[in-house]
Design a protein around this ligand. Sequence first.
Ligand code: SAM
Length: 331
Amino acid sequence: MNRPLEDLRVSVTDRCNFRCTYCMPLDEYPWISRDQILTFEEISRTARIFAGLGVKKIRVTGGEPLVRKGLPDLVGQLAAIPGIEDIALTTNASRFVELAQPLRDAGLNRVTISIDTLRADRFREITQRGELQPVLDGIQAAKRADLGPIKLNAVIERGVNEDEILDLVEFAREGDFEMRFIEYMDVGNANEWSSDKMVSAREILTVIRSRYELVEKPGRGSRPSKDYDFSDGRGGVGVIGSVTEPFCGACSRMRLTADGKLVSCLFSDTGADLKKRLRSEATDEEISVFIQEIWRKRDDRYSETRLAQMNSPSGYTPQSRKKIEMISLGG
Ligand code: SAM
């Protein structure tokens, strides 16, 4: 599909201090055992090999990356790799008050923070274990640490938080953040996704346009979001429509799971075992060839296939295939 390999998403842990209903609602899960988790040295070695293949951007994610001990050390190692120009982090920010500045000092460039609601009671319901205030404080800490442009992610789920789209937009405009709305995706199986719980990108945009005039930004490139500027010049907003407006053809991302599997698609059911090679006598060159083979052979286009099935008479059955959970895969 002529997709260049441009960015690497690294999941540093499959553990999370939240249990968001749309992501990993289960209390217990077959967590990856400690000895199977890649060490920081193994992750940096992998990143160096990816940099050798032209990758310039790395996003650190999870699970919740801030629960991995010593994360600034890893960011420092990644920042020292020649060719890596941009290190971003996706986090729930609940521990960012302590960690924003150390991560910035270690070389983190940007942060995306997940926040689906501004109401404390609803926040508890969605995350099952989280509190809103530390996240709001974490967002301010990101600002103080100059980790901008700060993006805020909200997954919009029907009957859950669709009534907060405009409040979230206003919150972002006031704080000078970039709000991004994500269609609720059928990633993994634990969330028991169904299409009627999804609010489409088109619906989200209609709500935003009921109050604000938007101008679409040109040059989307491989970004998953369609981005817009507010015509009054006060910031922008993005919408990620991976269910109703798939962008498989522009996907330039490879994912590395916390236990060292390489996964080319968010909706995959398996990954390629890189850890086995990292823990063998394989040279960097051999590992590089292994990565190139995976990337060349990739023909996944799950979201496009799903949309075609959703639009077909037989429809789409979300639980028909076992998919890797987002918490393991790295969102
Ligand atoms: N724990 C971190 C966080 O909360 O941002 C990083 C991992 S989380 C899996 C990454 C992103 O995936 C979050 O913005 C989250 O909202 C999003 N996400 C998780 N499950 C999703 C789903 N079913 N549909 C759409 N987005 C989802």
